[in-house]
Design a protein around this ligand. Structure first.
Ligand code: NAD
Length: 258
């Protein structure tokens, strides 16, 4: 049996991967704001520390994999704190614990939105590790209304995918034998998209931005299966990648740009 820490375990993709792993006989410690083994707020530095300490304690001190799913898509700077710092700081705290496992793995959830227009200035502030500056830039975007404020989301995911590339080859991850990767879903049927997909206009808007010629919108278990494989012992050499599990959205939008 392997021990997994899963963030965002109370809903959507995180709940699906926690269920899948438990069905497969694995031990899962869920982390979320509510309805989880460890209830903590990943949007603050203190919350991240509490979440990491309590999750390791609940795991009995040994952790084989971390799957970071918690995220929000609100057009405000809180999105940057949860989606970027709530993942990277949390994982960096856990990496030394993971390093003691015989087959440590780390996976995060990015998004095909990582390919959408974003704020390069905001992306750079996140990658510099400057949360206060990033929040300030994110707030300026939010002040210009929800459409510009939305840039907080694709920027958080662009920064996260770029962080994965850099961190995956660092001493902390590669040096400790920890493959680190991201999965980038297209449109998944979860609480995050429910309201948007409730009206025909919403569906049209989503599908224009995220075309999915292969099999359309996905159930969260589709993403969960890939997360589970990336976090399994079978993955020894896949590292630094963002894998688009998106019904062909990336191929449609980026075309030959590879
Ligand atoms: P969801 O809303 O169903 O689940 C997200 C979970 O994260 C919730 O349980 C929520 O409580 C938790 N969370 C939010 N803020 C938190 C915080 N501060 N501290 C701790 N937990 C917190 O959404 P989902 O669709 O399952 O999203 C999971 C991940 O997938 C997110 O990172 C999201 O950006 C990404 N994603 C989703 C889609 C989609 O179409 N649903 C597409 C691409 C990427």
């Amino acid at each position: 049996t392997r021990t997994y820490i899963v963030t965002g375990s109370a809903s959507g993709i995180g709940a699906a991967v926690a269920d899948l792993l438990r069905e497969r006989g694995q031990k899962v410690i869920g982390v979320d704001l509510r309805n989880a083994d460890v209830e903590a707020d990943l949007s603050t530095p203190e919350g991240r520390q509490i979440a990491a300490d309590r999750a390791v304690e609940a795991a009995g001190g040994s952790v084989d994999a971390v799957i970071a799913c918690a995220g929000i898509s609100a057009p405000i700077p809180l999105t940057v704190s949860v989606n970027f710092f709530g993942v990277t700081e949390f994982l960096d705290r856990l990496a030394p614990v993971l390093a003691r496992s015989e087959a440590p793995r780390a996976v995060v959830v990015s998004s095909m939105a990582s390919l959408q227009p974003n704020s390069p200035e905001l992306v750079d502030a996140m990658l510099a590790g400057d949360e206060a500056m990033a929040r300030q830039i994110g707030q300026k975007l939010a002040d210009q209304g929800p459409q510009i404020g939305y840039l907080n989301y694709p920027s958080s995911k662009r920064a996260l995918s770029r962080w994965v590339r850099r961190a995956s080859i660092s001493e902390l991850y590669a040096g400790n034998g920890i493959p680190l990767n991201a999965v980038a879903p297209g449109t998944v049927l979860t609480a995050m998209t429910r309201e948007l997909l409730a009206t025909p206009e919403g569906v049209k808007m989503v599908d224009e931005n995220v075309p999915m010629p292969l099999n359309g919108h996905s159930e969260p278990v589709v993403i969960a299966r890939l997360l589970a494989w990336l976090a399994s012992e079978e993955n020894s050499h896949l590292a630094g990648q963002t894998i688009y599990c998106d019904g062909g959205a990336d191929a449609s939008l980026r075309g030959d740009d590879i």
